[in-house]
Design a binder for this molecule. Structure first.
Ligand code: ADP
Ligand code: MG
Length: 346
C-alpha cells in the first residue's frame, strides 16, 4: 500500500456537471437541433422555424409558436433536472412527450452562448434570459408573440477540444437537414422551415391526412413514393403504418430508413433485425430498402429512458414486437410484387 492520502470527495460545480452531461447529449449542432425541435413539439407548436449560420456552429436558432414558458420559470428551465413534463414515477412509465430528462437546455447552455426568449400564451409580455457558458444573467422583459425562441451561438466556444471534432459548415448543415427530415416525417401537422444565412433551404408546409404523401415525397423523393406501399396493420395493441419501399427500389446505403416508435425516431436492433429478415428473400445482402414506418404501442410496453439522447428504446416484449413487424412486412412484401425469388450471386 502506498502511503498517500485518500483524495477528498467534493461536489462538482453546476457548470462543470452540466458540461459533463453535455458530453452525452450535445455532440454537435444536429444533436442540439433535435433537442430544440423536440421541445417545440412538446410545447404544441404548429409552426417551427430554424435559423442556422455556419451549419449551426456559429448560430442555431429555433423559433416556435408553442405554449411558451412563464417568465418566472425561465431560470428554472435552464437548470438541470428541471422539467414541466414528468413529476412522478407513474408519469415516466407512460411518457407522452419527447422530452422528460430536464437535461438538454442546461447542457447546451453550458457549452455555448444561449438565449432563451419566451412568452407564455397566458402572459402579455415576453422575457429573455441570456446564458454564457452556463452563467445566467438576470431575466429581462422583452417583446415577442406567444411562443419560444432559443438561440445557441458559438457552440463549444469554451471547450475548444470539442469544437475541433466538428466538421465543415456544409457537413454540419447536412446533419441538421437530416434531423429536420427525420422529425418532419413524424410530425405532419406541423409546418417547418429551415433558413441558413437568410436563405430558405427547406420548407415543409403543414399537412393533413390527405396530403401527408406530399411531404413524404418532398423528403424521400417522388421515386420512393411511386415505389412504396402504404400499409396499416393492427394486432393486439400494436399498430404499424407507413410507407414501405418495394424491394426493387433499393439503395446501396441504408440512409433513407425512418422508423418511429410512438412518434420517436429510434434505432433498435430488434426492429432492424425484423425488417432485414422481412426483406431477406427479395433483396441482396448489400442492398437496403427505403421506408418510413410508424409503430405505435401503449407507452407502458416500451421504455424510452435508456439512452441520454433518447435514440434507443427498450421493448418490454421484444419477441412479440419482432414477430409482429416481421410477419406483417413479409406478408405485404410477398403479396405486392416482391415475390420473385432472390437471384443468386454468381
Ligand atoms: P425536458 O424537455 O426534458 O423537459 P429541457 O432541458 O429540454 O428538458 O427543457 C426544460 C424545460 O423548459 C421543459 O420541460 C419546458 O418546460 C421548457 N421548454 C424548453 N423549450 C421549450 C419550448 N420551446 N416551449 C415551451 N417550453 C419549453
Ligand atoms: Mg427537451
Amino acid at each position: 500500500m502506498r502511503d498517500e492520502q485518500a483524495p477528498r470527495v467534493h461536489r462538482l460545480d453546476t457548470t462543470l456537471a452540466n458540461q459533463i452531461a453535455a458530453g452525452e447529449v450535445v455532440e454537435r449542432p444536429a444533436s442540439i437541433l433535435k433537442e430544440l425541435l423536440e421541445n417545440s413539439l412538446d410545447a404544441g407548436a404548429t409552426r417551427i422555424t430554424i435559423h442556422l449560420e455556419g451549419g449551426g456552429m456559429d448560430l442555431l436558432g429555433v423559433e416556435d409558436d408553442g405554449v411558451g414558458i412563464l417568465a418566472e420559470d425561465l431560470p428554472l428551465a435552464l437548470e438541470r433536472h428541471a422539467t414541466s413534463k414528468v413529476a412522478t414515477w407513474e408519469d415516466l412509465q407512460a411518457i407522452q412527450t419527447m422530452g422528460f430528462r430536464g437535461e438538454a437546455l442546461p447542457a447546451i447552455a453550458s457549452v455555448s452562448r444561449l438565449e432563451l426568449l419566451s412568452r407564455a400564451r397566458s402572459q402579455n409580455q415576453a422575457a429573455r434570459l441570456q446564458v454564457t457558458g452556463g452563467m445566467a444573467a438576470a431575466p429581462e422583459p422583452a417583446a415577442r408573440a406567444p411562443g419560444t425562441t432559443v438561440r445557441v451561438a458559438d457552440l463549444f466556444f469554451n471547450v475548444p477540444a470539442r469544437r475541433k471534432f466538428l466538421r465543415s459548415p456544409a457537413a454540419e448543415l447536412s446533419r441538421n437537414q437530416k434531423v429536420l427530415r427525420q422529425i418532419a416525417l413524424a410530425n405532419f401537422p406541423v409546418a417547418f422551415q429551415l433558413i441558413q444565412n437568410g436563405r430558405s433551404l427547406a420548407q415543409f408546409p403543414a399537412t393533413d391526412a390527405e396530403s401527408r404523401a406530399a411531404r413524404v415525397a418532398a423528403i424521400m423523393g417522388e421515386g420512393f413514393l411511386a415505389n412504396a406501399l402504404y400499409i396499416e396493420q393492427e394486432d393486439q395493441g400494436l399498430s404499424l403504418s407507413g410507407w414501405l419501399g418495394l424491394p426493387t427500389y433499393n439503395r446501396a446505403r441504408g440512409d433513407e430508413q425512418y422508423f418511429y416508435v410512438n412518434g420517436r425516431p429510434v434505432r433498435d436492433p430488434v426492429v432492424t433485425h425484423a425488417l432485414r429478415a422481412a426483406y431477406n428473400d427479395v433483396l441482396f445482402q448489400d442492398r437496403h430498402p427505403l421506408y418510413a414506418l410508424y409503430l405505435k404501442l401503449p407507452p407502458e410496453r416500451v421504455d424510452v429512458n435508456v439512452h441520454p439522447a433518447k435514440a434507443e428504446v427498450r421493448f418490454r416484449d421484444s419477441r412479440e414486437i419482432h414477430d409482429f413487424l416481421f410477419h406483417t412486412l413479409r406478408r405485404v412484401i410477398a403479396e405486392q410484387g416482391g415475390a420473385q425469388p432472390r437471384m443468386t450471386v454468381p
